[in-house]
Ligand binder design. Structure first.
Ligand SMILES: [Fe+2]
Length: 470
């Protein structure tokens, strides 16, 4: 890092990497009681650079580290581990950094892997293992959910020829994995399905007007929703090997709806107001309509993004401002209805994963703090049917992770369960696990559990049911 530039995403306690990989069998409960009807693992992915960067560090550059708690019979254990990606192992063998990050001249990177594929963004559970994925589209990596040992890259029985983007989805009702890949080469997107037992079942090209930067997709029982949004890299700059993201506010947002096993030409595109969407809450079918609830960013290129140095631009881009938004795509008439559901700045949504792609009511989003770096200072439970919300703030100096919804054992209703999240207290420099009763959301956590080391701020998380980990 340049000495003159302070980079909070590398140096501030909330973001700085941790050095140790540890495993602790029984954690201390510091308040309340861990419910006995909570069984499974909360796993969170995020960037944790192993070696000091040779150039300016972007928060998205770091090596993937998983932090997992396993909860069973009222007890909690913890471990954290790096994902042993190909790039991670190459740097380990080299004994230092090989790649420069996205804010430096990437022509210095190895020709056979010009971008460092870290798998640091997202994690899901599919076919008995975790699957970690990268937002730039890369190799998905299998990880053992109990030991966090890296099994290796997933190629779906040798059949996968493309890469896979973060936020590809698991349909818990069928066990299928629905994925997208995107890149700078025509046709710019690929869509596919892997079976519950890990075999490639479907894979088709999706033609876009040019290279795009989709971050998420959505699924319903019978369809998948792919995105062509007007925030993407300047095509002229790409030809010169540079990346310069622009918001093309004269272009519409386009949503492509394709049957789950549909051919390329069966996709139907719907146009809506220009915006960017990092994360979808959920989508489902309702009569002739497909409903999608998402966190919509109306102004994805912050004003200060045009000036200042790379660190300043990164800080501006990472200041999310998103509102809950509902789209209704009419499959009969082709019309789109859209509207904002709430004006609060919330993001990193999580739902009861058993309801993904099915009609659902609740989404649990982090509340974005008004700070210079991206910080989550609370959790909001939205009822998208009634418009009501419940909010729980973490308290001064306390910042959370993306939460996961953990259904109570033998749960009967959508919100019959718990929200789990890590919170780091900056003043004490200590981290903890919070367990919140989803139906008594504003009561505060029913249990707080000490995590024996700091958990830096990270990206996405998931819940793995205990009975699926055997
Ligand atoms: Fe994401």
């Amino acid at each position: 890092m340049l000495e003159t530039e302070f980079n909070p995403y590398l140096s501030a306690k909330l973001f700085a990497p941790v050095e140790k990989e540890i495993a602790v069998d029984v954690l201390e409960v510091i308040e309340g009681e861990v419910p006995k009807d909570l069984w499974g693992s909360y796993v969170r992915n995020g960037p944790n650079p192993k070696y000091a960067p040779t150039g300016r560090y972007h928060w998205f550059d770091g090596d993937a580290m998983l932090h997992a708690v396993h909860i069973e019979n009222g007890k909690v254990s913890y471990r954290n581990r790096y994902i042993q990606t190909n790039a991670f192992q190459r740097e380990a063998a080299h004994g230092g950094p090989i790649w420069v990050g996205r804010m430096e001249d990437m022509s210095r990177n190895p020709g056979d892997e010009p971008l460092k594929d870290t798998a640091n963004t997202d994690v899901v559970f599919h076919n008995n293992n975790l699957l970690a994925m990268w937002y730039m589209s890369g190799k998905p990596y299998r990880v053992n959910p109990r030991t966090l040992e890296t099994v290796g890259p997933e190629d779906f029985a040798g059949m996968l020829k493309n890469k896979i983007s973060a936020h590809s989805k698991v349909d818990e009702n069928t066990g299928e994995f629905l994925f997208f890949d995107y890149g700078i080469v025509h046709p710019y997107m690929i869509y596919g399905v892997a079976s519950a037992d890990g075999k490639l079942a479907h894979c088709v090209p999706i033609e876009l007007p040019g290279p795009r930067l989709p971050h998420d997709m959505a699924i319903t029982q019978n369809y998948s929703i792919l995105m062509d949004l007007p925030l993407f890299n300047d095509p002229v700059a790409i030809q010169k090997g540079r990346y310069k993201v622009n918001f093309y506010r004269d272009l519409p947002s386009r949503f492509g709806i394709i049957p789950r096993f549909g051919a390329s030409e069966s996709i139907r595109w719907f146009e809506a107001e220009p915006c960017y969407i990092y994360h979808v809450c959920n989508a489902w079918e309702e009569g002739d309509e497909i409903v999608m609830i998402a966190c919509r960013v109306a102004e994805p290129c912050p004003p200060s993004a045009g000036g200042g140095g790379p660190i300043e631009r990164m800080l501006a881009f990472l200041k999310l401002n998103a509102q809950l938004h509902c789209y209704r795509f009419n499959m009969k008439t082709g019309s789109v209805k859209e509207g904002q559901l709430d004006d609060m700045n919330t993001e990193f949504p999580t739902i009861n994963l058993g309801y993904m792609g099915r009609p659902s009511r609740y989404t649990y989003n982090v509340h974005i703090a008004s700070t210079d770096t991206l910080r989550f200072d609370g959790l909001v439970k939205f009822d998208t049917q009634s418009g009501r919300y419940d909010k729980q703030m973490f308290g001064p100096g306390r910042y959370g992770s993306e939460a996961a919804f953990a259904p109570r054992l033998h749960s009967k209703t959508e919100d019959d369960g718990y929200l789990v999240t890590y919170v780091h207290d900056e003043r004490e420099d200590k981290s903890e696990l919070l367990i919140i009763d989803a139906q008594n959301f504003t009561d505060g956590p029913i249990a707080r559990v000490r995590i024996p080391q700091r958990i830096p701020m990270g990206f996405h998380a998931t819940w793995v049911h205990g009975d699926r980990m055997r």
